[in-house]
Design a binder for this molecule. Structure first.
Ligand code: 5GP
Length: 119
């Protein structure tokens, strides 16, 4: 079975979604939960995870409803606005699968900013 084909509830973001593990929450709505990365790689390092159970970008984009997809990406924009990086600039990205080094198999976007980012 391909890496992304089955969602595994034994992951830390599933536990954060269920409040079994604490997180420093930035924003939450019906589609997304955003909180600070525990190991920040820039002055601002937030994560946004989907409320739905998707392993990665491919799973989410292929299988989520259009409402979920739009809602999630609008939530990421909200996070950028809340963090005050919309005017100064920021980077969003997502790791997908083993070659990208995805650690947590629940779809999430990273948001880095708050300083000049290395290329
Ligand atoms: P990935 O490599 O899957 O794209 O990134 C997973 C991210 O989740 C990493 O940047 C890592 O620091 C972060 N992370 C892992 N465990 C926790 C946790 O328990 N709490 C928070 N807030 N972030 C975590």
């Amino acid at each position: 079975m391909a890496w992304r084909e089955m969602y595994n509830k034994n992951n830390v973001f599933y536990k954060i979604l269920r409040s079994e593990i604490p997180a420093e929450v930035i924003y939450e709505d019906d589609f997304a939960l955003s909180f600070y990365d525990i190991h920040p790689r820039s002055r601002v390092h937030a994560l946004a995870i989907t409320k739905g159970l998707y392993t990665d970008f491919g799973d989410f984009t292929a299988n989520a409803s259009p409402q979920e997809v739009v809602g999630f990406f609008k939530a990421v924009l909200q996070v950028a606005n809340i963090l005050g990086v919309s005017l100064t600039g920021y980077r969003i990205f997502s790791n997908i699968g083993s070659d990208a080094g995805q650690e947590v198999p629940h779809f999430h976007m990273h948001l880095l900013g708050g300083e000049k980012l290395s290329p």
